[in-house]
Design a protein around this ligand. Structure first.
Ligand SMILES: [Zn+2]
Ligand SMILES: [Zn+2]
Length: 148
């Protein structure tokens, strides 16, 4: 999905929800398109401000919720107080390993896990929208740091 397709998705969703298609919302979407990896709302807000873009914290928070609702971004809880987000368009579903020492988030895809999820959902007639398996632990870098 490219930026114009993503914008169309947001436009349609805002129309459906009878919300205003404000400039800030689309600027935010453009910024997110440029990101790689996982970010939280405050970090995104700070980077917008540093680029001279005007968006209040409240706008950032509610736009992120809107983008998650219409499937353009994924919202995760990685056991922190803040939610984490990442762009979802054009990205395959994947799972996460989260290092409790350095906070690193490692992504992985495993075909067997994919199949198990599909099986479970089919069995329960459940329509999957978004999911992530989260494994908390200590990454290899932090493990070797401890040893030395
Ligand atoms: Zn680590
Ligand atoms: Zn991810």
């Amino acid at each position: 999905m490219d930026i114009s397709a993503a914008k169309n998705t947001l436009t349609d969703y805002l129309k459906e929800k009878k919300l205003r298609p404000t400039r800030e919302r689309f600027l935010l979407l453009e910024e997110i398109m440029k990101t790689n990896g996982h970010f939280d709302a405050d970090t995104l807000h700070a980077s917008l401000i540093s680029k001279g873009l005007k968006a209040s914290r409240a706008t950032v928070y509610n736009t992120l919720d809107l983008l998650a609702e219409c499937g353009l971004i994924s919202k995760y809880r990685f056991g922190e107080s803040q939610s984490r987000y990442e762009k979802a368009f054009g990205r395959p579903r994947h799972d996460h390993l989260i290092c409790l020492e350095c906070g690193d988030i490692i992504e992985f895809v495993n075909d067997k896990l994919e199949r198990i999820q599909q099986e479970v959902c089919q069995e329960k007639k459940f329509k999957i929208q978004n999911s992530t398996l989260q494994i908390f632990g200590v990454c290899s870098k932090c493990q070797s740091k401890k040893k030395s």
